[in-house]
Design a protein around this ligand. Structure first.
Ligand code: HAM
Length: 420
């Protein structure tokens, strides 16, 4: 048999310990933020029914599904996103659940994407969703939790922005331009491709959706709007979508992240189920793909067969944020030191080292016990490079005295530590 390749399959990642340090930094911040904002955890299997995914995901995602048939001929797939599964789970228990519900999941997702910077064929997503309320406070809470996670990861506020728009607003503007509601979803999907394909190709897609030349140029004119005031001038002072966006900006200010939001009519989102406010976060220099994205999707529950129920949520991937964090914080993940590294000079001190490790672990401290007797130089070099906060090295004199020195690896200060 020829040698197997050492590479993970294209687009998939291996996580060595130094990669896990970054991954845990992101996951810990995600979980802490979700819990801080009162979301409850849920989970599901990564294998989902192909039919559910094909019908409910946006058209772009449905072309990227890893699908297979099982040995009984069931059509299955690895989920490309969590939202259809969430809608299925909620619909299954709709009469028993208490709404509005706030749920979160850390979900691994698979998409057969063209590989570009920030896009892999597998990634993890924090999903935060609130189901059962139309109130824009839901959007504000979800964005607040995302901001809290970004800050906990160490991302400075001046490095990124949340771009916000509203499909309802764009719908109002398209309707005011004479484009019927039946064509709006196709228009959104076409406009979302902006930047990825040429404007001529987008115009062709719009014509395919049934727009005439005048409607196509009106649609492009709408994208030239740069401010909420500009949008209001076109939508009219009584626009419910504008009022909703203004309410979100107001709440964001109250919650301490108003400066991070900016109106951006070009945010459309690729998934077809969004109905209202939509948002995407980017680094300020726009060197990376979206850090997270989401929005309101008030029709999806009914689409999977549940009762019509308003919903809003977001997906926050680990790949792009990891790239932006490395750019801002450097390549080595900053880790807070904790626990002890315990070493010993000769086999005679090993029983005392084993006993000390047992005592410290019983007290609740993580301990990395040396597996071999070592010279102090080697032990301290290895301990310094580890995540331990204290290094304790046992020589014959320490064991005879029953006291060793715990060296703080940050401050280099030593404090006596009783061995028994
Ligand atoms: P999405 O925009 O397709 O939305 O994905 C959300 C986030 O997942 C992206 O902003 C990005 O961070 C990450 N992501 C997506 N695809 C990839 C990829 N191929 N490689 C690396 N990262 C990726 C959704 O998935 C919606 N289901 C979010 C949602 C939840 N909306 C409502 N609730």
């Amino acid at each position: 048999m020829s040698n197997v390749s050492f590479e993970a399959p294209r687009g998939m990642r291996d996580f060595y310990p130094e990669d896990m340090a970054w991954r845990n930094r992101v996951f810990d911040a995600w979980r802490a933020a979700a819990e801080r904002f009162g979301f409850q955890p849920y989970d599901a299997c990564v294998v989902e029914s192909l039919e559910l995914l094909q019908r409910k995901s946006g058209e772009e995602v449905s072309e990227q599904i890893y699908a297979f048939d099982d040995k009984s001929g069931r059509h299955l797939a690895l989920r490309p996103e969590m939202t259809p599964t969430l809608a299925r789970m909620v619909a299954a228990r709709q009469s028993r659940l208490t709404f509005p519900l706030k749920w979160y999941a850390l979900a691994q997702c698979f998409r057969y994407e063209r590989m570009t910077r920030g896009r892999k064929r597998e990634h993890y997503q924090l999903n935060l969703d609130i189901i059962g309320s139309e109130d824009v406070l839901c959007e504000a809470e979800i964005l607040g939790a995302a901001v809290s996670a970004m800050r906990a990861m160490g991302m400075p506020d001046d490095a990124w922005r949340i771009h916000v728009s509203s499909r309802a607003l764009l719908g109002e503007l398209l309707a005011a331009s004479g484009i019927p509601a039946a064509q709006h979803t196709a228009v959104f999907v076409a406009l979302d491709k902006r930047g990825k394909i040429s404007d001529e190709e987008i115009a062709a897609l719009l014509r395919e959706a049934g727009l005439d030349d005048a409607a196509v140029s009106k649609t492009f004119e709408l994208l030239a709007v740069t401010s909420l005031e500009g949008a209001e001038a076109l939508a009219g002072a009584g626009s419910p979508a504008i009022a909703n966006l203004r309410a979100l900006f107001g709440l964001a200010g109250q919650m301490g992240y108003g400066g991070l939001l900016q109106f951006d009519i070009a945010v459309i989102r690729g998934l077809s189920y969004y109905t209202g406010i939509v948002f995407e976060a980017f680094d300020v220099q726009r060197r990376f793909r979206a850090i997270f994205g989401g929005g309101r999707y008030d029709s999806l529950l009914a689409l999977v067969g549940g009762k019509p129920t308003p919903a809003v949520g977001m997906g926050f991937g680990d790949v792009v944020v990891g790239e932006v964090l490395r750019e801002v914080l450097g390549d080595a993940c900053p880790v807070a030191r904790r626990g002890y590294a315990v070493g010993y000079m000769a086999p005679e001190q090993r029983p005392a080292a084993v006993a000390l490790a047992a005592k410290l672990r019983a007290e609740g401290h993580p301990v990395d016990l040396a597996l071999l007797a070592q010279k102090p130089k080697h032990f301290f070099a290895k301990a310094g490079a580890s995540a331990a906060k204290y290094a304790v090295f046992l020589g014959p004199d320490d064991v005879a005295a029953g006291v060793a020195q715990a060296k703080d690896l940050d401050t280099r200060e030593a404090t006596p530590l009783a061995l028994a």
